[in-house]
Design a protein around this ligand. Structure first.
Ligand code: ADP
Ligand code: MG
Length: 261
């Protein structure tokens, strides 16, 4: 049964899409079957997976709004060796149309039901707001992975986000967990980043991943090459960091499974 992880933060530019694409590729490289869902109308995760958002036949729009079977909207075996449900400008219309639909919060959850047995991991790249699309992601997910930059206001934003996730979960998905908090674009020479990182660990403890994603130009360049960083420059610090993150996600899952049994 797939574990479904929504990658969310209402702030833009914190590394959600970079994390979605690179963690999906890293997880696929460990021989897991992976599906990545692009719920952002910007379609950056789609382009970063080597799929042309202007040419793609179906997107999460058709899945959410037109009841198109999930098997028909999936693009198989992208440049990152995972499957993809694309996103592009059409997804903006989905957000609006969802508003007037019956059971609108669980459209994605229901649409994914038939493929949950097939995949090991399903990652959802969320838009940078807490709109109806993000609500759908949270309703479909087992857990939320929150990427964040260690900046001055980051903690405040994060506390607010955790609060919102909890409130949302209570309504649409009581089982929803926080998967973890990921420090992105990290520069260890920056004192403020170090301070914020320490506060983060004090506040969120074990939830903060040990893996830190460094600021690495290869991660920013890879999308223009249409592939995750590990296929653009596998020896880059960015590619290695995301492989380490995939390992950490796998170990956490083992741990919680052991606790449960
Ligand atoms: P979001 O999806 O949260 O808006 P992105 O993943 O698109 O954020 O990242 C925002 C910008 O920062 C992009 O241009 C991306 O290439 C760049 N970026 C993301 N992570 C890193 C990193 N670790 N090092 C360098 N650049 C990064
Ligand atoms: Mg994004």
């Amino acid at each position: 049964m797939a574990k479904v992880i929504a990658i969310a933060n209402q702030k833009g530019g914190v590394g959600k899409t970079t994390t979605a694409v690179n963690v999906a590729a890293s997880m696929a490289a460990t021989k897991r079957k992976v599906l990545l869902i692009d719920l952002d109308p910007q379609g950056n995760a789609t382009m970063g997976s080597g799929v042309d958002k202007y040419e793609v036949e179906s997107t999460s729009y058709e899945l959410l709004i037109e009841d198109k079977p999930v098997s028909e909207v999936i693009v198989k075996d992208t440049s990152g060796k995972y499957d993809l449900i694309a996103g592009n400008g059409d997804v903006t219309a989905a957000e609006i149309k969802l508003m007037e639909m019956f059971a609108r919060e669980v459209r994605l959850r229901n649409a994914l039901a038939s493929v949950r047995d097939y995949y090991d991991y399903i990652f959802i790249d969320c838009p940078p707001s807490l709109n109806q699309l993000t609500v759908n992601a949270m309703a479909a997910a087992d857990s939320v992975l929150v990427p964040m930059q260690c900046e001055y206001y980051a903690l405040e934003g994060l506390t607010a986000l955790m609060d919102t996730i909890k409130k949302l979960a209570a309504v649409v998905n009581p089982e929803l967990k926080i998967e973890g908090v990921l420090r992105t674009m990290y520069d260890p020479r920056n004192r403020l980043a170090n301070d914020v990182s320490e506060q983060l660990k004090r506040h969120f403890g074990e939830l903060v991943y040990r893996t830190v994603i460094p600021r690495n130009v290869r991660l920013a360049e890879a999308p223009s090459f249409g592939a995750p960083a590990m296929y653009y420059d596998k020896s880059s610090t960015g590619a290695k960091a995301y492989l380490a993150l995939a390992g950490e996600i796998l170990r956490r899952r083992d741990k919680t499974m052991k606790k449960a049994s």
